[in-house]
Design a protein around this ligand. Structure first.
Ligand SMILES: Nc1ncnc2c1ncn2[C@@H]1O[C@H](COP(=O)(O)OP(=O)(O)O)[C@@H](O)[C@H]1O
Ligand SMILES: [Mg+2]
Length: 470
């Protein structure tokens, strides 16, 4: 469900406001009702007092000395029915109706009380008074139905609720309009962003924005600047890649043209050799680019337990072959080193490091590959005693397409950036230093260690058997 800030805030306001209206109405209703009840009660006491003052004793009999017309006058009421009753000291009916209930408490002489009761299924309000008639006391009661009182209750309820409801309604309406007004800066921001060209990644101005929007804008600006940097580096990368591809392809073209015009077979074969070399370099470059694309973070690395020892053992023979061809002494010192990762990518990482060591170390030199656990971390090392990488170049060689000037060979400058990309993807770090021999290059890649026990559980034992090194 799409949620609107405005609706949300308004709902949030309506609930408490309704509660306030109900509470406020209730309080003012109770106060008004109390006052009205007192007024009606005291009016109800008047006929009681009138009747009481007309009680006479004639001989031993108590009588109500009031003409029946006067009594009728007492009973006249436009809306309610009125009843009265006079009881003698012994509870005998002197005058009025016999059906009125007795007062709820014993009354002292000249004391009165008001109470609610039912008379023939109808609710009534009764005023009762004890009147001294020597000897003893008489009880005078007047009852009336509640028609006008009920009417008054409704009127009071209406009078106290309606204005409050109107105020609440007006408040909600004003609030609704106010929020709309308050959210205007967001609308303007949306228009401002929508109006931009997709290439325009300049920061959005924060100056003219209210404080609440400013933090949103500044987060947006940080995102824009990161996006900008990413796009720039992407463009640089594409330009570099295009340049790198163009050079061998141009060579291929020229040499193929020349080869077509060659009558002599010896010239032809040397041109074809060049073409073969350039083709080789191009396909290497394309492979490197594909590896880089694969190693780029983005899709989550689906790690599995990997033993670095095993990764290297798999291609051992090929590497020894290559080293022999160049008369380099290639040695392996391999111990188990488990980590979580992708075997194909890790193999690519090792290949790029070994490729560099074998490519840049002079004939007669030596290269050593080590794996193992050091300080609780899984470590891979490739060490050579070749020309080494000058201190100033040690960061740059990890940049894409960067090659140290005057470096020969067929490389395109992507090898070490692939290494760093893959290491990063495996939460590893790279250390480039001078070997203890004081000459050459030592590259160490440190991975988070996976405890061997954990690895055992996941991997069947058979897949851990590896050829021994050296
Ligand atoms: N083992 C090494 N010994 C000396 N120089 C190296 C070594 N490894 C890398 N380099 C230098 O670092 C540069 C970048 O290496 P890399 O990214 O693999 O690109 P490439 O090998 O394609 O030139 C190389 O051009 C080379 O000058
Ligand atoms: Mg390389």
């Amino acid at each position: 469900m799409q949620s609107s800030l405005r609706t949300h805030l308004t709902y949030w306001l309506i609930g408490p406001l309704l509660l306030l209206v109900v509470a406020g109405s209730f309080v003012s209703y109770r106060i008004a009702l109390d006052a009205a009840t007192k007024a009606y009660d005291s009016a109800l006491l008047d006929p009681v007092l009138a009747i009481a003052s007309h009680l006479r004793r004639t001989g031993s009999r108590l009588e109500l000395d009031l003409p029946s017309i006067a009594i009728e006058a007492l009973r006249i009421d436009t809306e309610d029915r009125v009843y009265y009753q006079v009881l003698g000291p012994d509870g005998e009916l002197i005058a009025g109706t016999p059906r009125l209930p007795a007062p709820p408490e014993r009354l002292a002489p000249e004391e009165h009380v008001f109470y609610d009761a039912r008379l023939e299924g109808e609710r009534v309000r009764i005023a009762a008074r004890a009147v001294k008639v020597e000897p003893g006391i008489a009880i005078v009661q007047v009852a009336e139905t509640l028609v006008k009182r009920d009417k008054l209750v409704l009127e009071l309820l209406f009078a106290s609720t309606v204005p409050q409801l109107l105020i609440a309604f007006a408040a909600v309406a004003l609030f609704w309009l106010g929020i709309g007004q308050g959210l205007r800066p967001l609308d303007r921001l949306r228009e401002e962003i929508a109006a931009r060209s997709p290439r325009d990644l300049r920061p959005v101005s924060e100056q003219d924005k209210p404080q609440e929007v400013r933090s949103l804008v500044s987060a947006l600006n940080r995102l824009l600047s990161r996006l900008n940097a990413a796009i720039e580096s992407q463009q640089r990368f594409i330009a570099n890649a295009a340049h790198q591809l163009r050079t061998p392809l141009a060579g291929l073209k020229t040499h193929a043209e020349l080869a077509r015009r060659q009558p002599s077979t010896s010239e032809l074969s040397s041109l074809l050799a060049m073409i073969a070399g350039e083709t080789q370099r191009t396909s290497h470059l394309v492979n490197q680019l594909l590896t880089l694309a694969r190693a780029e973070p983005g899709e989550a690395a689906s790690g599995q337990p990997v033993n670095l020892h095993e990764i290297i053992s798999r291609d051992l023979r090929d590497w020894v072959q290559r080293a022999l061809g160049k008369n380099i002494d290639l040695g392996f010192e391999l111990e188990d080193a488990w980590t979580l990762g992708e075997p194909l990518l890790l193999r690519e990482l090792v290949a790029n490091l070994l490729d560099n060591a074998l490519a840049y170390t002079q004939a007669g030199g030596s290269v050593t590959v080590r794996t193992g656990v050091r300080d609780g971390e899984s470590v891979l090392e490739v060490e050579d005693n070749g020309p080494g990488i000058p201190e100033a170049e040690r960061e740059k060689v990890f940049e894409r397409f960067y090659r140290i000037a005057a470096t020969g060979g067929e490389g395109c400058g992507l090898g070490l950036s692939i290494v760093s990309e893959i290491a990063e993807r495996h939460s590893g770090r790279i250390d480039l230093s001078l070997p203890s021999g004081g000459r050459g290059t030592l590259i160490r890649v440190v991975f988070p260690r996976l405890a061997a026990q954990a690895a055992h559980i996941v991997l069947p034992v058979s897949s851990r058997t590896v050829p021994t090194s050296r």
